[in-house]
Write a protein that binds this ligand. Structure first.
Ligand SMILES: [Zn+2]
Length: 456
């Protein structure tokens, strides 16, 4: 036994890959076994969901989440844990009410949620006719004459024939991000945007809207898909249907929050870094279970697993809970800027921000031989039915590390249900299955273990 440890240590020091041995298989199995028989990560998730719900930057909830995860990293056994100061925006939702009013059809309450960064209405709200469009071209063709003084209703649905639900989301989300700005150019007084989701349900899905510099800022809200369908039906039967809208959200001066970082010092190359993480902030209407407390607790779990199994990585391994992914990505940019200023070598970074459903594989920002080498790692995951090792898919928090030559990796779970939860009050603790969370933690920790053994 002792001889084997000595040989292993010598091989590690020489930087010789151990990826062919039974040893690797055993270590991966020990990681899975340990993750699948422990509830620590699930309990962290429960705490974050139930005690720090609505973790938007600037909120008391986010401060609590920062302190909780800092403590969790210490308990997991990280060699050092610290907070990295991050500038963040501060936006708060207000009172919200939305009603469709028709002299033919009556009155219907619509379920809405203001979009992040949106300006508010007055406390009395506004009342105006509505015009439905599917895209910006339609808006342009209608022109100022038809739009001025009205509320624009963007009602393009996510394409449910797309198996890649992120592509479906991507095909619909420009209405939310640029809709208010585009409609304002033609004199609209507010926008109502169909929630960017595959689901037909009564949860509105929020997210940011962004105003161009040269437009009047007008209120922007998301409406649930069920109520988007209702409003569309009403407008067909009675085009003079009006909307009364109150949304008293506000933008406040920028403030500060933190990235939470814990690391295990590398045993051979301590000045090279591999990070794994998710984002700690979440939308104010949400527990942010899948998006993205799950990704955060998986990163903390990686530290716990390595320490409890006495795995000593060659490089320094960091678990990073990024701040403010949802509104403006300042956590990821701050992390990369500081890494670059310190001259740190960031060898690889893994982001887990697609929900914590069953892991299917990983996406790598790599090409050619490098990609093939990474894809060859899939053999270690065959026993766990984790098979998709493909090109593409880092993550928005780690993307600022790209310019430093860092290998960017995204955890890819089963994504069919993700947008049923994303940015909505439906993203709650009970929607996460403990087994799936544990499988994802084990998959991430195993991949980082293997990547650390490679030299690319
Ligand atoms: Zn997210």
């Amino acid at each position: 036994m002792r001889l084997r440890i000595i040989i292993t240590t010598i091989l590690l020091i020489l930087g010789i890959s151990l990826l062919n041995g039974q040893e690797t298989e055993k270590i991966i199995k020990s990681i899975f076994d340990a993750a699948l028989t422990d509830q620590t990560a699930y309990k962290h998730l429960e705490y974050l969901c139930k005690n720090t719900k609505g973790r938007l930057p600037g909120s008391a909830a986010v401060a609590e989440a920062v302190e909780y995860t800092r403590q969790a990293l210490i308990k997991a056994g990280a060699d050092s844990v610290w907070l990295q100061k991050v500038p963040v925006p501060h936006w708060e939702r207000g009172h919200e009410e939305c009603r469709a009013i028709s002299s033919v059809l009556g009155i219907a309450d619509l379920t809405i949620s203001a979009l992040g960064f949106s300006v508010g209405t007055t406390t009395d709200g506004l009342l105006a006719e509505v015009i439905e469009v599917k895209d910006f071209n339609e808006l342009k063709n209608l022109g100022r004459q038809k739009i001025e003084g009205k509320i624009v209703f963007f009602n393009r649905a996510a394409d449910n024939t797309l198996i890649n639900t992120f592509a479906a989301y991507g095909g619909a989300v420009n209405q939310r991000i640029q809709g208010a700005s585009e409609a304002s150019k033609y004199g609209a007084i507010a926008v109502i945007v169909r929630s960017a989701t595959n689901a037909l349900h009564d949860f509105p899905h929020t997210g940011v809207t962004r105003y161009a510099d040269d437009v009047t800022k007008i209120p922007a809200v998301a409406v649930s898909t069920v109520d988007a369908e209702l409003l569309s039906r009403w407008l067909k039967k009675d085009p003079s249907t009006r909307i009364s809208l109150i949304s008293t959200c506000m933008n406040y001066p920028d403030t500060w929050s933190y990235n939470v970082i814990g690391e295990i010092k590398g045993s051979v190359r301590p000045n090279e870094f591999i990070t794994a993480g998710g984002h700690l902030d979440a939308w104010d209407i949400s527990e942010g279970a899948h998006d993205d407390a799950g990704g955060c607790v998986q990163a903390i779990e990686m530290i716990r697993l390595y320490k409890s199994l006495n795995i000593r990585p060659k490089r320094t391994i960091r678990a990073v809970m990024f701040m403010n992914e949802e509104m403006s990505g300042t956590g990821g940019r701050t992390y990369a800027a500081e890494a670059s200023a310190k001259g740190e070598i960031h060898y690889a970074a893994l982001e887990s921000d697609r929900g914590v459903m069953s892991p299917r594989g990983f996406g790598f920002e790599a090409e050619g031989e490098r990609l093939e080498k990474l894809q060859s790692l899939s053999k270690w995951f065959q026993p766990y039915n984790i098979r998709d090792f493909d090109k593409g898919g880092g993550g928005s928090d780690i993307s600022p590390l790209r310019t430093m030559g860092t290998l960017l990796i995204g955890n890819i779970p089963d994504i069919q249900r993700y947008f049923y939860y994303h940015h909505s009050a439906n993203d709650t603790f009970d929607k996460v299955n403990i087994r799936e969370l544990q499988m994802g933690s084990a998959a991430n920790a195993s991949l980082i273990y293997l990547i650390d053994l490679l030299d690319m």
